[in-house]
Write a protein that binds this ligand. Structure first.
Ligand SMILES: NC(=O)c1ccc[n+]([C@@H]2O[C@H](COP(=O)([O-])OP(=O)(O)OC[C@H]3O[C@@H](n4cnc5c(N)ncnc54)[C@H](O)[C@@H]3O)[C@@H](O)[C@H]2O)c1
Ligand SMILES: [Zn+2]
Length: 342
């Protein structure tokens, strides 16, 4: 097992890589625990849960809402949960985001932890202390920063994860390599076949490196004032693709990274050869790098990007492999680049 720590304003979060769901009980304090999970995870792994009250939420982004929170508060009240109750979210990023927010707000905040069961949750969503829900179509509009006490990363749980969900996690893994570590990119390139076969040793090494990178960034900038923005590589365009095309986050981010790499080349920061390497790797991982999209619709979505500050977007570019730079780009310039079809 490897332990990596994230230290935020609300305290320290222990990320336990290679720990297992079966051993969750060892991390729970004396007293009552309430588990929050989703329908799939309960069905697949409910038999491994420790003895506890279980609250099951519905599947998909449509359930990452204030209504689901209200349902959870109702269940917590019915279970007579109090300030001493410990909350554990067992599932993917949606369970994590909802659980973290529910635990952070019920009675002004209960102690909580996670068992991350998707690759995306293991390398991204449960690391870093962002919790929240969607509101009126705006993603993650309402939430809090608050670190879970622990995150159990059980690699074995990935065996039942559908391939499309694995791909979503892989997009974030490639992102971590692109922004922070060229040697990590080599490692991924060398092990594409093992990744496809869900080789536990390889996956565990990748998850560990990704968590190290994300934790390192969050430790410098928990609240996203600067350094943490680098984690948005591929996401500015990615979010616009996700919204306008209705495709998965991973696919959208993959295409977003390919285009951000292209813009990096156009700005003289990245070589054609390095861009080609990123694109080839994404393709080998079955991720899309070119989408057929409505340029005007994507531009309109970009203009609504909540991370936009007035007329500029903090756009993440690559200054060589393994090195991200954030540049303020005006919406107009991005629009011109996008609309001219490059
Ligand atoms: N808080 C953050 O910093 C952060 C970062 C990135 C993403 N997110 C959020 O994470 C969410 C996406 O997370 P996700 O991709 O894990 O989605 P998810 O939670 O919807 O899980 C994907 C699917 O896999 C199923 N599943 C989970 N574990 C499984 C397993 N072991 N075997 C089989 N099926 C399993 C789930 O039931 C679900 O149907 C988004 O809402 C996103 O906003 C948050
Ligand atoms: Zn992402």
């Amino acid at each position: 097992m490897n332990e990596i720590n994230v230290t935020g304003q609300s305290g320290r979060s222990r990320i336990l890589i290679g720990e297992t769901l079966a051993r969750l009980g060892r991390y729970l304090p004396e007293g009552r625990t309430v588990i929050i999970t989703d329908e799939n995870v309960r069905q697949l792994y409910g038999s491994r849960f420790p003895e506890a009250e279980v609250i099951t939420i519905g599947l998909g982004e449509a359930h990452k809402t204030l209504e689901t929170l209200a349902l959870i508060y109702d269940r917590l009240i019915a279970a007579e949960a109090d300030r001493a109750t410990f909350i554990v979210g067992i599932g993917g990023g949606i369970v994590g985001d909802v659980t973290g927010f529910a635990a952070s707000t019920y009675m002004r905040g209960l102690r909580f932890g996670f068992v991350a069961s998707t690759l995306l949750a293991q390398v991204d969503a449960t690391v870093g202390g962002k919790n929240g829900v969607n509101f009126k179509g705006y993603k993650n509009m309402v939430g809090v920063f608050n670190q879970p006490e622990f995150v159990i990363i059980d690699i074995g749980l990935l065996k039942t994860l559908p391939a499309a969900e694995i791909a979503c996690g892989l997009a974030e893994i490639v992102k971590h390599a692109c922004i922070a570590d060229a040697a990590y990119l080599d490692d991924i390139e060398r092990h594409v076949a093992a990744i496809g076969a869900l080789d536990e040793t390889v996956l565990r090494r990748l998850v560990r490196r990704s968590v190290e990178i994300k934790a390192g960034v969050v430790n410098q900038d928990e609240r996203e004032a600067g350094e943490r923005r680098k984690l948005n590589f591929g996401h500015t365009l990615g979010h616009a693709f996700e919204k306008t095309l209705g495709i998965s986050h991973g696919a959208a981010v993959s295409a977003g990274m390919a285009m951000a790499a292209e813009l990096s080349v156009a700005r003289g920061l990245l070589t054609q050869a390095d861009k080609a390497r990123i694109i080839a790797l994404l393709q080998r991982l079955n991720l899309p790098t070119a989408l057929d999209f409505d340029r005007q619709a994507v531009f309109n979505a970009l203009q609504k990007d909540k991370k936009r500050q007035q007329t500029q977007i903090h756009f993440v570019l690559l200054q060589g492999l393994g090195r991200a730079v954030v540049q303020a780009i005006s919406i107009e310039e991005l629009g011109r680049w996008l609309l001219k079809g490059r």
